[in-house]
Design a protein around this ligand. Sequence first.
Ligand code: S3P
Length: 416
Amino acid sequence: MKIQGQIYLPGDKSISHRALMIASLSKKTSIIRNLASGKDVESTGDCLKKCNISISGKTNIEKIITGYTFQNPKNELDCGNSGTTIRLLSGLLASRKIKATLIGDESLSKRPMGRIIRPLLKMNLSINAKNNKTPISIEKSEIKSIDYQSEISSAQVKSAVLFAGLGATNKTTYQEPFLSRNHTEIMLKSVGADIDIYDNKTSIRGMSKPLSPLNMRIPADPSTAAFFAGAVALLPQSELIIKNLLTNPTRFEFFNAIKSMGVGVDILSENFEGGECVSDIFIKNKRLRSISIEKSKVPSLIDEIPILSVIATQADGKTIIRGAEELRVKESDRIESILFNLRNMGAIVEEFNDGFSIEGPSKLNGTTIRTFGDHRIAMAFTIAGLVANGKTKLDNYECIDISFPEFFNTLRNIIK
Ligand code: S3P
């Protein structure tokens, strides 16, 4: 078995959420092509519609959005499984003086919301959440600007504060330890927001008028592409071209990491779309060696750590990932869910509070994967199954629909 071919993937999930939200701040019509197809982005669209934003058109063709028509929703806003939806929308709706209650599924209800509540309270938002967890209720408030230094590198917190800052009159400044994904800043700048970006520090002033509309084709999601690149890394003689991939450096660290592990990663072209870098890339199987990932690199590959861990089981030597304690508060505790499944498949691992090590290469045995309802665990361990002895099954296939319903079809098309 090997991987061969060329793939076009749905648009990046992080950019898709932001595209819908930022388009809602324009009175003119925005057109967004290649929006991410999973349930998470659907949740964002549904919540915005409940706030009287007009969204029509097909996800995989083009979405047409006309905004600046916010009204209080009649019912609760259901953010489903999506941390990006609940955290970013809290800031966005605060800036529009909307009164709303945001709810989510069982996994989202366990995740920490204090990280957005603390800065939003400082911005004078009236916000309530029992034990800093979902549901979150916000009231119409006069938003004030802040100068905020975050202790964590989180694009969701950063975006919540920048969005809320659009509702203040003065300048809001946000600084983080290491630069997290910067799509909010790039997109806001592209539609005329008053924003200054200096590496890991960003300042924004309130919106005095509606933003310009967006017209964008969203580049392919590198977090989704990582699973197929992972299959290439694991299966000898594999080669794959990934078309129109988002290659923003705040998202590209997984590809740099597998390149350091020996995998062939070549950038075939370079373009820009809405201020974001987009490339066709060529991935080629080569012998794998281990790698160490340190804290400063973690924000730029955080969502790819499940598949990176699977790749590490087949690399010569000990792979060490540290400074990744944020994995504990993702859709599942990903340190636990990765190690639980790797151990079950026969890999040699050691757990730390902030990461783990994996001793490779080791033979993997097929088993039933416990997904913990986490889409990235489900996809990473499906790829592990390609190199395992015997059958690998998932305890939950549905959770893949959160980010990438076309996962199995895409995989089937490139397995030769
Ligand atoms: C995201 C930011 C990251 C990432 C998540 C999506 C975003 O989370 O893990 O999947 O779209 O802003 P944090 O901002 O909490 O690190």
